[in-house]
Unconditional design. Structure first.
Lengths: 180, 347
């Protein structure tokens, strides 16, 4: 069995980006990465790190609206194809995304792709990101803004727990990063 | 002699838009939407969006020509969205535009969709003054542009680093259990709630962000804060005051968008602000922008809703502007670009 799995704790958004950068060091043309996790977990943040590591053009932002955004390489490396399946009804095949870019020549990162794409690609990285659930100190049950600690609402705050699973022969013997 | 007649084609997302513009006069604007077809499939499927554009293209062109009461032979130039947008739909529009350009023997201009959202205001409210600030906000974009010239002098001051404003509304709508798309529902609920009930975070407004991100936006952390706030209340067995959450969230979005935009106007000495894109329909944004622009002595220009959502007029307007400045036409093999940078007005 060639499946590998690592668990990582990331302190904040910068650590999440750093981890994405470390992952990018392993990624090559044709690779598929599936990201899962609740709204606000940090899927796009991790992809920003991957984009920085791959040295691609443009701001890596949420592709929810646009479904897929292609970031060409600024150097000689592979392009980053950043896909978001959040609004997709179904996805029978990657070709239905109608991308103008050969996935064989790109690194493809798919947000919200769990349950849609696993059957299509035996080789893939599955990354699940968990953010803290609830847990804000809201004080008593009124809505007094004074009861909210701004630090609790710091978007960069909150430890993320990340599980990376490598599936398929492509990842056989590859050492996954355990820190950013 | 009258100004050249430009036919504009927009296909970056769900709407097939075709319009005819002469100079800065809109003759007719025709739009077909594939939203109904996506609803049938329970979500967007890019291939279906492309097919819908393909099916709508010729009828929509015909409708625009009839509405404008002109013949195809009178068209002097073709403008088309080159990006940013969905690759498949963009490709359909570009193919149609190239075919018309070759068939009619007229120049082709591939133009930037986001800048088109600003350019369309010239059709509505007349020529821009020497400098305008443009805030383009939609489901897919949140960008602040300093416009010295809509074709040759557009500077991107900032954009969203993560979620677009409209996207954050749709996602918070889902968190609150509202139907998709959530934007209009939050807008409506927010009018009934207390915008000061919860002090949600204002992304990238801290002192430490001012050096690098003074005019950039971030709505992802706000979305996460709303999610965690709702989770905390739910876990504690308390009810969610949906109207107050919606109002406080909408207030945070409108506050950041307007505060940064007005600050940019002051910094650059600009006294005219154009707000475009589908999210400019948001009433909290409109209200706060009106108040803050009045305080700052800035003239606020927001086109009517039908020119804020995707349409062909915005593309024809930008193509017409490019033509009038003698910009070189695009090559017939112009590529579409899903992530077209805002430094490129034409390709």
């Amino acid at each position: 069995m060639s499946d590998l799995e690592v668990h990582v704790e990331l302190a904040d958004a910068d650590a999440t980006r750093d981890y994405g950068r470390a992952l990018a060091g392993l990624l090559r043309a044709g690779d598929l990465v599936l990201l899962s996790g609740a709204l606000g977990a940090g899927k796009t943040t991790l992809t920003q790190g991957i984009g920085a590591g791959l040295d691609v053009r443009g701001q890596v932002a949420s592709p929810t609206f646009i479904i897929a955004r292609v970031h060409p390489s600024l150097g000689a490396g592979p392009a980053l194809v950043h896909v978001d399946a959040y609004r997709l009804g179904s996805l029978d095949e990657v070709e239905a995304l109608d991308l103008d870019t050969s996935l064989d020549e790109s690194v493809t990162v798919v947000e919200w792709g769990e349950g849609l794409l696993e059957g299509l690609a035996p080789d893939r990285l599955e990354i699940d990101i968990q953010r803290p659930h609830g847990g804000l100190d809201l004080g008593v049950d009124d809505l007094d803004p004074a009861d909210l600690d701004p630090a609790d609402l710091d978007p960069a705050g909150g430890v993320r727990t990340v599980r990376v699973r490598a599936r398929g022969p492509r990842w056989s013997g590859v050492r996954l990063p355990v820190v950013g | 002699m009258s100004a050249p007649l430009v036919l504009g084609i927009e296909t970056s997302c769900d709407e097939t838009g075709v319009a005819l513009v002469r100079g800065k006069d809109l003759l007719f604007d025709a739009v077909a939407s594939s939203m109904d077809e996506h609803a049938r499939f329970g979500g967007i499927i890019p291939e279906i969006a492309s097919r819908a554009h393909l099916e709508a293209m010729v009828p929509t062109i015909r409708r625009a020509l009839e509405g404008a009461d002109v013949d195809l032979g009178q068209v002097d130039a073709i403008a088309v969205t080159a990006g940013p947008g969905l690759v498949g739909p963009l490709t359909i529009g570009a193919a149609a535009a190239k075919a018309l350009s070759i068939g009619l023997g007229v120049p082709l201009y591939g133009v930037n969709h986001v800048i088109g959202h600003a350019a369309v205001d010239e059709l509505v409210h007349g020529s821009f003054p020497d400098q305008v600030m443009a805030l383009v906000v939609s489901g897919g974009h949140s960008s602040l542009l300093l416009v010295d010239d809509i074709v040759t002098g557009v500077t991107e001051l900032g954009s969203t680093l993560d979620d677009a404003a409209g996207e954050a509304f749709d996602k918070v709508g889902r968190l609150l259990g509202l139907p998709y798309p959530g934007g209009p529902h939050i807008d409506r609920l927010a009018r009934e709630g207390d915008p000061t009930a919860i002090r949600f975070p204002r992304g990238l407004t801290a002192a430490k962000d001012q050096a690098e991100h003074a005019y950039d936006f971030s709505f992802s952390g706000l979305k996460t804060a709303v999610a965690r706030w709702v989770e905390t209340r739910t876990d504690a067995g308390q009810e969610i005051p949906v109207a107050d959450v919606a109002a406080s969230f909408a207030a945070a979005v409108a506050d950041v968008l307007t505060a940064k935009t007005i600050a940019a106007c002051r910094r650059h000495g600009v006294s005219t602000l154009v707000i475009g894109g589908g999210f400019s329909a948001n009433s909290q944004l409109r209200d706060l922008a009106a108040v803050r622009c009045a305080e700052a002595g800035i003239e606020l220009r927001i086109p009517p809703i039908r020119f804020c959502t995707d349409n062909g007029a915005m593309i024809a307007a930008l193509g017409s502007a490019a033509l009038s400045r003698g910009v070189a036409p695009s090559r017939l093999d112009l590529p579409v670009d899903s992530s077209m940078p805002l430094i490129r007005v034409t390709v």
